[in-house]
Design a protein around this ligand. Structure first.
Ligand code: ADP
Ligand code: MG
Length: 618
């Protein structure tokens, strides 16, 4: 039975449960809602404090956990027990992050390279999912405190390049925090929504979303058609952001006061003090010409002009990513109609000017850049709550998804760039008589052989009742739901046995990996096609040998002695051809054998044989 909530204080009926929008950021996280009266999105904050919750978690020696501003104070003074940037570890293996292992001042465990990373704090081990769940729990508690009502449903945003593993990890973190994650939305999509883009039914628009946060830079080119968001391309730098701007100011002061790297490294008070003042200076310079502060009797100062000259090369780096993104999107820069600024670091006037010059138009910066993603998530939440029924928001898959078929070939069910949600089904059959199970191995990637792609999952469809080879009809279906999570189902249609799994990929992919995989698929395309042709020919040859042999054992009475000898000879020739990587030779031997056996089949009209000659086997 559904319950109706009544506000005890006022006696009024509480409105339907609120679905919140959450921006789970690398540096800062926050919650937003649609205000029940004004119907406008607002970021939640306690009186007189910021809406931003630093994505930092501190563990004290008693095991107490603090999250946010309080935890941030321990970044330099207790680095081993203070976790920042947990988002960078989501859905990743140690292999994925090992080049950047120095970045983490806490202990990231290097155990089994293919499994998901763990973080060690004292004697305890935490997964990135658990760490993110601590941040989400804090956000949930804050929202409940402010709204004075339980919060159990949320929309959470992720970068557009997040793969299945990372989206699933984010979803799991929500679950662990006690949140039902109704949808995972791409950050640039959310930011666009906050600007009202994509909300008009017949709107068609190409948008660039420039997101410069604390430690990461993302540029996305989106196309909106009838309320559908399509990610045309993404690019960026996962280690470039506001922290680097702070760092150049610290280095400027170090040179000025003759402080060495070693001194800074050994003196945590000093490094913390300088970093905090550098960030303060940077923010101040976004709206003032010069900054100056007393620090232990010394005067730390910097002008806006100096700061801008120090960060110019970093800004140029982001513009190079924009060049690449525009190139990949296949749209001309002049066709980009709107540019949206996201992330705290886009407050810097020099950044705004550079981006505006690059895209040749004024940029959108009216909405608070640290809140814009969360505000968009709240709009999406409101649509899901049914308050705004006209819209359905979609995204696309960055890489192809398929299963392994005979000979290790990749059979693509959902090609890359398919709009999601999407569902595709395809039929397969067995290879051997009485085969009771079928292995379904799921891969992601663009190469023709599965060994060159990424294995996402594997399972056995068991309890297939005994039938001749080629007789069972196994329907394999892939469903990508609106969050980009893949559900694979295999069902034997004659018997009805079925099995399904949700994909929990073994390890994640970065956007560079995606790019690399796409590039490799192009450079290897010719070889891949040739190998595929050979594998297919061999598979066909093997199947024909098997069915012919079976046929002859069963139907020897309708085959004459000379025919039998000719068949055996043709089979031997084919067998020999299969040992060579020559598809044309194999095909010619298949044809020769077929020539001889064709009349037998006509004679016998064996349904099982014709069945076996059709259909693919897994
Ligand atoms: P993320 O999306 O990575 O969690 P945010 O969008 O919250 O990050 O951006 C945080 C960064 O924005 C920090 O480096 C912070 O110093 C920077 N920032 C915030 N306000 C300003 C400002 N007024 N001027 C320059 N940088 C700012
Ligand atoms: Mg962000």
């Amino acid at each position: 039975m559904a319950k109706i909530a009544i506000n005890i204080a006022t006696g009024s009926l509480q409105q339907a449960e609120m679905i919140v929008g959450i921006d789970l950021g690398t540096t800062n996280s926050l919650v937003a809602i649609i205000h029940p009266e004004t119907k406008k999105p607002i970021a939640l904050k306690e009186h007189n404090s910021s809406s931003l919750v630093p994505s930092v978690i501190h563990f004290d020696e008693l095991g107490n956990i603090t999250v946010g501003e309080e935890a941030k104070k321990f970044l330099e003074t207790d680095p081993a027990n203070t976790i920042f940037s947990a988002k960078r570890l989501m859905g990743k293996s140690y292999n994925d992050i090992k080049q950047n292992a120095n970045f983490f001042t806490y202990k990231v465990i290097d155990d089994d390279t293919e499994s998901l990373v763990k973080v060690q704090v004292g004697s305890k081990f935490y997964s990135p999912i658990e760490l993110s769940s601590f941040i989400l729990k804090e956000l949930k508690a804050r929202a409940e405190h402010i709204l004075k009502t339980p919060v159990t449903k949320a929309v959470i945003t992720v970068p557009a390049y997040f793969n299945d593993a990372q989206r699933q990890a984010t979803r799991d973190a929500g679950k662990l925090a006690g949140l039902d994650v109704l949808r995972i939305v791409n950050e640039p999509t959310a930011a666009s929504l906050a600007y009202g883009l994509g909300l008009a039914a017949d709107e068609e628009k190409t948008i660039a979303v420039y997101d410069l946060g604390g430690g990461t830079f993302d540029i996305s080119i989106l196309k909106i058609t009838n309320g559908i968001f399509e990610v045309l391309s993404t690019n960026g730098d996962t280690y470039l952001g506001g922290d680097d701007f702070d760092r150049v100011i610290v280095e400027h002061w170090m040179t000025e006061f003759g402080i060495t790297e070693d001194e800074l490294h050994l003196n945590k008070e000093l490094s913390q003090g300088l970093r905090l003042r550098a960030e303060e200076a940077k923010k101040y310079l976004s709206s003032n010409e010069s900054f100056s502060v007393d620090f232990n009797g010394d005067n730390l100062s910097i002008t806006k002009e100096k700061f801008e000259s120090l960060i110019q090369s970093l800004i140029d780096k982001t513009l190079q990513c924009c060049v690449n993104a525009v190139k990949d999107s296949k749209v001309a820069i002049s066709e980009i109609e709107t540019v949206v600024m996201v992330g705290g670091s886009t407050r810097i006037p020099a950044v705004k000017k550079a981006v505006s010059d690059f895209f040749n138009q004024p940029v959108h910066d009216e909405v608070n850049p640290d809140e814009v993603v969360a505000l968009g998530a709240a709009i999406q939440a409101d649509i899901l709550a049914g308050n705004n029924k006209d819209f359905l928001l979609l995204d696309i898959t960055p890489l192809s998804l398929g299963i392994e078929t005979m000979g290790g070939l990749m059979d693509v069910l959902i090609p890359r760039n398919s709009k999601i949600p999407t569902k595709v089904g395809r039929q397969y059959t067995t290879q051997k008589d009485g085969q009771g199970s079928m292995r379904i191995s799921v891969f992601q990637g663009e190469r023709d052989l599965v060994k060159d792609n990424r294995r996402l999952a594997e399972f056995n469809l068991t309890s297939i009742p005994g039938m001749p080879a080629g007789f069972p009809k196994v329907e394999v279906s892939f469903l990508i739901n609106a969050d980009g999570i893949l559900v694979i189902k295999a069902k034997e249609l004659r018997s009805g046995v079925e099995q399904s799994i949700e994909v929990k990929p073994q390890y994640g992919l970065t956007d560079e990996d995606v790019e690399k995989m796409l590039l490799e698929s192009i450079t290897h395309a010719k070889d891949d096609i040739a190998i595929r042709a050979i594998v297919e020919a061999k598979t066909e040859g093997e199947q024909i040998l098997e069915t012919t042999e079976k046929f002859l054992t069963k139907n020897s009475h309708i085959v004459s002695q000379p025919e039998m000898i000719a068949t055996a000879q043709a089979m031997q020739n084919l067998q020999l051809a299969l040992t060579m990587d020559d598809k044309d030779l194999i095909h010619s031997k298949i044809e020769e054998l077929n020539e001889i056996t064709r009349p037998f089949a006509e004679r016998a009209m064996d349904a099982a044989v014709s069945g076996a000659l059709k259909g693919k086997t897994v």
